[in-house]
Design a protein around this ligand. Sequence first.
Ligand code: GDP
Ligand code: IMO
Ligand code: MG
Length: 431
Amino acid sequence: MANVVLLGVQWGDEGKGKVVDLLTERADAVVRFQGGHNAGHTLVIEGVKTVLHLIPSGAMREGIECLIGNGVVVDLQHLIREIDDLKKRDIDISERLIISLGCPLILPYHVVLDGVRDKARGKSAIGTTGRGIGPCYEDKVARRGLRVADLLDERIFSGKLEQVMEYHNFMISNYYHSDPVDYENTLEAMLRVREAVLPMMGDVSARLDSLCQSGKSVIFEGAQGMMLDIDHGTYPYVTSSNTVSAAASSGSGVGMTQVGNVIGVIKAYTTRVGSGPFPTELTDHYGEHLARQGNEFGATTGRPRRCGWLDIVALRRAVQVCGINALCVTKLDVLDGLDTIKLCVGYTFNGKQVDLPLYDAESLEQCEPVYEEVPGWDTPTAGTRDYSEIPEPAVSYLNRVAELLERPVTIISTGAGREETIVLEHPLGAG
Ligand code: GDP
Ligand code: IMO
Ligand code: MG
């Protein structure tokens, strides 16, 4: 059976969770491979909304294994809360969840550091989710971080924690002039969650290998979006992990040849939460329409999302870097009722046409979008499940996106609900 990588290829919140949940109808397992609980993936099933942050979007279908790969930074206290919230709704995920022993642990001092660092940036603050993601990845790369495997032995864990906290508390107190984090409290809290987590810790790489060997289908679920990638995104206004397709392999411990096709999920327009360049951002009534109709508020922080037209230039980079095979377009319904729609097909920078996003934020900030204008539509697409019912101007819009990106649109989402989707070609085959 096939595997598939599903990635957001804008600045996040493209509707990845909804699509992953839908595709689990033909999958055996879902694995997260990067990011942490900065993600917020919304699933709406039979009118009931669930927002998952750390647990893979296979949670809502019984029998689907949910794996958290080594590339994910894990806040265990948050994870336990998320598991408990599902339990209250009779969804017991603990029996089918494996957390990689290689996952870096987000600890309370990472959260403090995230806050004081972004505040210290002043006007150039990134506007992080404040969940300790960046500082945790820093510790991983600096080779001083604690990992899930360190919890196997209480004594080893407490020793390493004391050492690393001494270092971070020095920085917090003396450089940022903030209150240090208490070691005893941190240790006690971690030892409390340890008991609950021990049975779920495992070798995700080995499990994935065994699933692939036995012909099972795995969905690799991306978090954030391609333009938030630490290397290829709008640095430094990015998250601290690689969000590109290659991370599916390194962040879960499977070979590149196993990961399968790559589906790029794009909103029919663009949104961004937090700071950073956004060439197609709208502050007029079109922007208001997108924010209102799309209910554009962050699923993790509740912040209003900035809205703009679809940016083909940014998407060209995503297609190139992620090796995208096909596209899934979500929130088509949000464009319903607009008289006209614009597609950004290039930028101008210093009087010259640019076809790909520039790597430095300062120059990207100065790029002006070059638009192609297409007609909008009055017949609503909201909730449509049948391709033949999509009005002709909306079909033309989708065709133009496919043409510009030289990739087919194989999935179209017309509403938040699981069923409000048109699957023209299922990435996991005929089923
Ligand atoms: P993710 O982070 O990529 O999983 O996306 P989020 O859950 O953060 O944000 C997507 C939002 O759009 C959520 O509120 C979804 O319920 C909603 N959504 C997803 N697909 C559609 C769609 O096709 N139409 C509409 N109107 N809403 C959608
Ligand atoms: P999902 O998976 C949208 C943004 C933050 C901030 C930047 C860095 O739901 O699409 P971080 O806390 O990661 O250090 O913040 O990245 N960001 C997201 N924006 N969707 C997300 O996740 C995001 N995760 C992080 O707003 O600009
Ligand atoms: Mg989200």
